[in-house]
Design a protein around this ligand. Sequence first.
Ligand code: ZN
Ligand code: ZN
Ligand code: FE
Length: 755
Amino acid sequence: MINFKIKITGVVQGVGFRPFIYNLARRCHLNGYVLNDTHGVEIEVEGTKSDLEKFILRIKTSPPPLSRIEQIRIKKCPVKGYRNFVIRESENKETKTVLVSPDLAVCEDCLDELFHPQDRRFGYPFSNCTNCGPRLSIVKDVPYDRDKTTMSVFSMCPECKREYHDPENRRFHAQPNACPVCGPKLTLMNNKEKVINAADSIASTIKLLQQGSIVAIKGIGGYHLAADATNPVAVSTLRKRKYREDKPFALMVKDVRTIQQFCQVNPLEKKLLQSVSRPILLLRKKDCQLIAPDVAPLQKSWGVMLPYTPLHHLLLSGSDLILVMTSGNQSDEPIAYEDEEAFQRLHQIADYFLFHNREIYRRSDDSVTRVWMGTEMILRRGRGYVPLPVKIANNFRKHILATGAQLKNTFCLARDNFAFTSTHVGDLENYETLDFYKKEIDRFKHLCSVIPKVVAYDLHPEYLSTKYALALTGLEKIPVQHHHAHIASCMADNKIDQKVIGVAFDGTGYGEDKAVWGGEFLIADFKEFKRAAHLKYIPMAGGETAIKHPWRMTASYLFACYGEDFLKMDLDFVKNLDLNKWNTIKKMLDQNLNVFPTSSLGRLFDGISVLLAWRETTHYEGQPAIEMETWADENEKGKYPFEIKGGNDILIIHPELIILGVVEDLLKKHRKSTIAAKFHNTIAQMTHDICVKLRKEYDLNMVCLSGGVFQNVFLLNQTYRFLTKSKFKVYTHHQVPPNDGGISLGQAVIANRRI
Ligand code: ZN
Ligand code: ZN
Ligand code: FE
């Protein structure tokens, strides 16, 4: 007889780990106990050597599907003579390091019951088990137990209790366990707060949606606004009321077969669609008129997800609906998740509300992802992914908080070899978002057991995340340059810890010289970077205003190339240009008033895009560039000339020849699709040529591509092709976004090296 004490860490709570151990121990004829503690799972087992070995092998080779084991530690202890195997009460300890599971899509077993007329949960929209259901969104504290979730207010009926205490049952210790007798319930209301006493509120909601109504539906991490995606009137009404001109809406579709009617889906995409994290996946549009074009105008892709809660399944399989499921908010506000607040904020958008009384403790948006070159590239990290950490090669030397950037903000908490990147917080410009940001940092610290001793932040003095960091007391403070953070995040994402050539292309980042950077080549490691090449500075008239009104950039580029002669050219851009407005800009440029030098590639994209097709204002970040990508003809191989100047220390990319080339093609009335493609090819070629020069000078062969511009698949593909053809090793993003959502991870790993 031997006694083993076993400690297992990782995602081992709320994923059916204890019943798995219980049943396994009994099958292996072992006695002892299993319990959840604040580090994970603790097991003590006694039996023969061969039974114990069998037991441990099974834990290693076939743990519960949703668990993630980080470490198994085994200690031989004196035999105590246990008589049976039991599941003990959870233990509270001072330090908590257990990893909480993300919210999980409803499992097949629960779905079977949901549609089985004899089952007691037939048609019950809050069914769940140890393999599925809400987790992070309802967890207030660890260890993960019902009384520390928002389910604590529902007391289980005898039948649910029996399941909960039966180790042979799928719902053994399923903390959100519920049924129609004892669990949460739906309420359907109109936007005047009048309850609609329907016998079946799901059937009524389906009918309302089919009639073209907009319904706010409470989900896992917040409210969605739902509308029939095949009804153009419903979709355009939603746009108008939400003040969202043309930013794409996500779709929820009942199954992959239906998705394939209007999207191309490859096997990996199918797998991601069906994964327990159920992200919104960007899928290439097929030529099909099924979906109202206004759902995602001027886009090559639809953003599509499968249903992930029983409620979604009931709404979709009871109908042939394809739904727009967009975040419950107005324009750029954060998603609404508290009932009272949701009603206040959404009653002018939604005609009806489908409420339920299971409280959402922590809001989260749907994650957005795509498949690129056979791997996942996440674009927005939220529900289903958070709080799973990014694992890094070396341990963090101290607990670190990294406060992230201003737009698409996430923050990051780090300890041991874990970087916990927060859920997508959003743009820190409005009060609600900032409020959520501050609150969530405190709660996330608690959840991830991080007590920061160091805070890392962006160099930009006006970022609210920077101001937040600077106001903290008692922490070591480490500022990090924006593009260095982009490259470091790409390195950490790929487990690289050595010097690389970093290509950081984005819209805006504060430079060490206070200029607006964004077309940068860095020689970087985690500790430091050298700016080795960049796009030539061009004046950005009015700063931020030039982002909102991208024609200002076009005018600035044309003025730099031709002086005022560009006004005499036969260009659509010139015809659309308001001369009064131009004169104001010219004055600013001439007198260097309220003008900021920028090397941003995002701005060059804006400028060229508006030169090809007039646009007065931008409705969402990166819109002109995103649209230009959709125009580009994939068969076009042409390029424009460009110049790289400078000596040994720093290379400057001069874009004038590119602009001259584009203008020439426009005057020759070449197609927009040709010019857009040639422009993309040129940027890829330029990137390649600079990397070749830097490889020679610095003897480096690894290239990390990061920054929001690399969400552009056309550019990414071309750049990747050119670089790999010249035998570079090229890396981009998988676990954190290439956009500013990835900044906080980069800040954390850099700070760690600089402590
Ligand atoms: Zn289940
Ligand atoms: Zn019950
Ligand atoms: Fe950026």
